[in-house]
Ligand binder design. Sequence first.
Ligand SMILES: *Cc1c(COP(=O)(O)O)cnc(C)c1O
Length: 826
Amino acid sequence: MLMYSDSFEKETFKETVKDNVKALFRKQIEEATPQQIFQAVSYAVKEIIIDDWLTTQAEYRKKDAKTVYYMSMEFLMGRALGNNLINMTAYKEVREALEEMNIDLNVIEDQEPDAALGNGGLGRLAACFLDSLATLNYPAYGCGIRYRYGMFKQKIENGYQVETPDDWLKEGNPFELRREEYAKEVRFGGTIRFEKDPETGKDTFIQENYESVRAVPYDMPIVGYGNHVVNTLRIWDAEAITNFSLDSFDRGDYHKAVEQENLAKRIVDVLYPNDNHYAGKELRLKQQYFFISASLQALIAKYKKHHDDIRKLYEKVAIQMNDTHPTVAVPELMRLLIDVEGLDWEEAWEVTTKTCAYTNHTIMAEALEKWPMDLFSRLLPRIFQIVQEIDRRFISEIRAKYPGQEEKVEKMSILWGGQVRMAHMAIIAGYSVNGVARLHTEILKGQELKDFYEMMPEKFNNKTNGITQRRFLLHGNPLLADWVTGRIGDGWITDLSKLENLKVLVNDEQARREFMQIKYKNKVRLAKYIKEHNGINVDPRSIFDVQVKRLHEYKRQLLNILHIMYLYNQIKEHPEMSFYPRTFIFGAKAAAGYLRAKETIKLINSVADVVNNDRSINGKLKIVFIEDYRVSNAELLFAAADVSEQISTASKEASGTGNMKFMLNGAPTLGTMDGANVEIVEEVGAENAFIFGLSSQEVINYENNGGYNPVDIYFNDWELKRVIDQLMDGTYSGGDHNMYRNLYNSLLNTQCTDRADTYFILKDFRSYVEAQKKVEAAYRDENRWSKIAMMNTACSGKFTSDRTIEEYVKDIWKLEKVGVSLVQPE
Ligand SMILES: *Cc1c(COP(=O)(O)O)cnc(C)c1O
């Protein structure tokens, strides 16, 4: 069957779907449920993908092309069906074919659970990178974990977040392929015995009394846009080494056999739901070593199949470590090269340090991975020995370079204070260290990693994050995508810089009217979703002000809701005051154990209850909390947003990528000069954004001088004081004076362990109020607003992940493009 738009065979496709429904469910298509049709359509699509997948991999083999392995604990993929159809340029054709059978593709797409194998930005970045790598014809693997349960599903009950398991594999995953033949063994614990090989005289290390787990890979196809390239996301499942231990069974030890099985399965049970936070759990380290060891064994085996000199691995392989989570790759690669491949230390070190590169994603202290040495050495005894040796050698380098400066050892060594500092290992062994936005990289070089930067400046570089326009415009906002194509052609789909051709249209009244009509239709689409999911009526003519992202104190959802409480007070106090109707939309999951984050969710929902049900304000204010924010409903939100809330405390958000998705969809940034917001303002112009608050340098200066005193502000700003007092006076808690005590204390009170108002909410409050007033004034002026909105789309070209990937390729990975011929294998 042919599928791409240039050769779509509609009737064959329809027959295949019908046949699949019969074969899979013993039903006629008229009797099938939407879920069954989803399965049938997906298998039909997969059939096509498999041919391209085979061709692509054969082509890579023939060209002997260098491959990047993107190692990540998280891949926040979202749904596959719609995205695959988009990239196969068959979306509209399939929609029509299904329509002829009275089937709505949107309904079918909604049957697919999101593959939510990630928390937020870091995991979504990995997913966007895979899309861009395939689209740009680069050989690449994503390597990760096939979590049995992904990111939890969020329910809101009585205003509180309730977590339920995400059983995403319940109905099976039509796109994955189990690769039994590539299973690997991964060993934990035990002891290391040291022996001299009697023949070679070399030291050998023998691990004994270990537990081992079988890693089985599942491959998911990553379809490039319109180029017939199909790359692979390889995620690992864990099984007991013998599926059911016959040994134990024979001896009647049924329990032990079952325990073995349970132990193995537990490793990949669940994704840790922490964003930007390190918890130090043993199982997490197990997960890290599990998928890294399996991935490295597989990539070495693949390399050796066609190359005989492992010393030249780096000529064919680049390994990118997405944050410190996969950095155990450094000592594991050393182990495989030394203990298994027989290289000596210097040879192995050369290979490792020419192969591994590291991306830093945060400067926040609570996010840095520091494993207790006793835990680390007990779980990974041989790996720990290797880390000790890397550290020993690095410390002598420090002492040679900085004689007498022992503080440098304290600051830069890997092992210190009983801990293994993973970031240090990644920087020492990596040939590249990159930050994820210009400001973030400058802060790394100038503050957090200053000593490393001074010692090895050549390693440091910036790679400003990006997003894929195929998902976040072409799929997520079909009306705008079609309009853009109608105006400037479809080149933007693979070259987003083309959007700059829209700039001339900013002065075309007709074009602006069309642009805003599309925004309005997308707001109607979202209003319908909100009515269905929240039971709230929102007016699509009001300003849709949207903050969707993980719930975290540094992202300051609290600042947003305090401002809404302030507006509500204003409206109540001055009913005659002119006020443009606003709909404030939130979406956010809080880590299950993050108290203040959960209290913030409750506060948002409680303020929503009071405000939405106050008929005296004539619907001027509405507040909506979108349950279970995830990639699939995110696509609706970006398309419908008027205002993009990017209000993190300056210096805390390394980049942000949500900000880019809003910009692409024509929503201006209301934000601080943080992360990639800085570059967004640079591209779009300060007149097309709403910037407020302390600068990153001001924040850092306060921090270096013991913080600031929010109490002064509190007592000198009675309107703000009133809002903060409302956290405690029962206004939003049905009279309960303790419901928001943690939040109140975090802002003012020294009763909590950290400083008061660590995230400068009071300090930035007035500046935020002013910026919000400017938003309202700009929105009232329809001409001005439509220009601002269009300029944001027109200037968003830089923020495609295609640009980011081309920079990684040029500066770090050094890959060549590989074309795939359109001829299908017979
Ligand atoms: C883009 C995205 C994020 C990251 O958003 P930020 O605002 O950059 O934190 C998180 N979750 C989902 C579902 C996303 O699509």
